[in-house]
Design a protein. Structure first.
Length: 193
């Protein structure tokens, strides 16, 4: 084995679903009981556009099965975003696509209509990524954000992500090509931004 190579670190404990509390939001395990609150998000055409989801809303049976199984997943961390002032589930935040040799994960977040512009997403991002770095031992967390979603890019930057580059023409939406900006946060930089 070369000095530059190392064995993949064991997968972090994604099976433990933490409760992470901030000033605006609380993150906890997402379950099938959250589906009524998440359904408007999953069916919203604007949210589909901003996330590049071209397949439309999944069938009800598939949605129920998906959310019923999130609690038992040991290869990803799916958390509900709950607004503290109302106690309502307003979205989900996810660490997925574990890359063992590089100690990294992908991050995604989606908020329901009406939950944007109040700092909920920024705080949820900070909470789950902080957990990823501090408790799960991740080195890098990355994401992609489409060029027509500058609000999300600003929220990611506020949370500590930095732009790394552009995937040109990464998405075809309504007949037009859209770039995706690749962003990441690193453990050594987390909290210093």
């Amino acid at each position: 084995m070369d000095d530059d190579q190392h064995e993949a670190r064991p997968r972090p404990d994604f099976l433990t679903k933490p409760v992470l509390s901030g000033d605006l939001v609380l993150l906890r395990a997402v379950t099938e009981l959250d589906l009524p609150a998440l359904r408007p998000m999953l069916a919203d055409p604007e949210i589909a556009r901003l996330t590049g989801s071209q397949s439309g809303a999944p069938e009800e049976e598939r949605l129920q099965a998906w959310y019923r199984t999130r609690i038992g997943q040991d290869d990803r961390l799916d958390l509900a975003v709950v607004e503290r002032s109302t106690g309502q589930c307003v979205g989900e935040a996810v660490l997925n696509q574990w890359d063992g040799p590089n100690e990294s994960c992908n991050f995604r977040i989606a908020l329901a209509p009406g939950a944007h512009g109040r700092g909920l997403g920024t705080e949820a991002t900070r909470l789950i990524c902080g957990y990823g770095f501090e408790k799960l031992g991740l080195h890098r967390i990355s994401l992609e954000v489409y060029a027509f979603n500058p609000r999300a890019r600003r929220a990611y930057e506020k949370a500590g992500f930095r732009a790394e580059g552009v995937l040109r023409d990464a998405l075809r939406w309504d007949g037009a090509w859209v770039d995706a900006v690749v962003m990441s946060a690193l453990a050594g930089e987390w909290g210093s931004s």
